[in-house]
Design a protein around this ligand. Structure first.
Ligand SMILES: [Zn+2]
Length: 289
């Protein structure tokens, strides 16, 4: 009898010991799920959450971001996620419905630019720094045990964004040209941040095609020697930019609005490398020192 009580006592100590020493007890009970609407927010979440969270992006690599239609499975994922991070300003036509369901479940949705007319807010690195802080706070609210690692990674990311901004300012402050033509109206915030004018062929979305009159005006502008380069995008129809290049003989270069990432290079490419490549392409096209 005495032996039996002793054995039970030992078992109890072992079980309690396993419970207290187990690493899973020292961490949050489950992994936080984050769903981002478009690539730039997937990048932010990955940079801040790293392996401590599970991130998915609704617009998949290689797909066009404007007016993307999520599947019923995507909608379910959005409704159930611990954190949803979206842009607003019309780039996610499905957002209102998802937000309604999430409010019913008392799950907030992070919407970074709810009132903007132009959705392309992520192209200003300083705005991304602000968004990083907002996302870090939300991750810490949902998963308070990891608050300090989220905060540390946010500081690292913000330093990288500050460095990107400084390089961009330095490059773009001393150029022969201050204007260029771009495929669609994605670079408004970017242009204002660096005091350059990136005049679009198409509108806010790729579908807003220009009139013949607009094309004629762009050709006149190039011929008046104010433009040295026409930028194209991987996800836009190249016909109109090719027409401008053929008509005027200006140079043609790529510029990436970082709305989505290509399937082939998703392992080596991220928001920071895309923006760095944009800086080099702008240096060529605006003839900067
Ligand atoms: Zn766009």
């Amino acid at each position: 009898m005495k032996y039996r009580w002793y054995a039970i006592g030992v078992m109890f100590v072992i079980i309690v010991g396993i419970f207290f020493l187990s690493p899973s007890r020292q961490q949050s009970p489950q992994t936080v799920s984050v769903v981002a609407s478009i690539y730039p927010y997937g990048f932010l979440a990955q940079a801040i959450g790293a392996d401590d969270i599970v991130v998915s992006v609704i617009v998949p690599p290689g797909a066009e971001a404007h007016d993307f239609e999520p599947s019923p499975k995507d909608i379910a994922k959005l409704e159930e996620a611990d954190v949803v991070i979206a842009n607003g300003a019309g780039i996610e036509p499905w957002l209102d419905e998802v937000q309604k369901t999430r409010s019913r479940l008392q799950k907030p949705t992070l919407i970074m630019a709810p009132d903007a007319v132009d959705p392309h807010v992520w192209l200003d690195p300083n705005t991304m720094k602000r968004f990083a802080a907002i996302l870090s706070d939300e991750l810490s609210r949902v998963d308070p045990q990891r608050a300090s690692v989220y905060a540390q990674r946010t500081v690292v990311l913000q330093k990288q964004l500050t460095a990107l901004d400084a390089r961009m300012k330095q490059t773009l402050s001393n150029c022969e040209y201050t204007s260029a033509i771009v495929a669609h109206d994605a670079f408004g915030y970017f242009g204002r941040a660096y005091d350059i004018k990136l005049i679009p062929i198409a509108g806010i979305s790729h579908e807003d095609e220009p009139s013949a009159k607009k094309i004629a005006e762009l050709i006149d502008l190039i011929r008046s020697n104010q433009i040295h380069a026409v930028y194209f995008e991987s996800y836009a129809d190249p016909t109109l930019s090719q027409t401008l290049v053929e008509e005027t003989g200006v140079i043609s270069l790529p510029l990436d609005p970082a709305e989505t990432i290509s399937d082939d290079d998703s392992a080596t490419t991220n928001y920071l490398t895309i923006m760095e490549e944009n800086r080099k392409q702008l240096q060529k096209g605006l003839v900067c020192q």
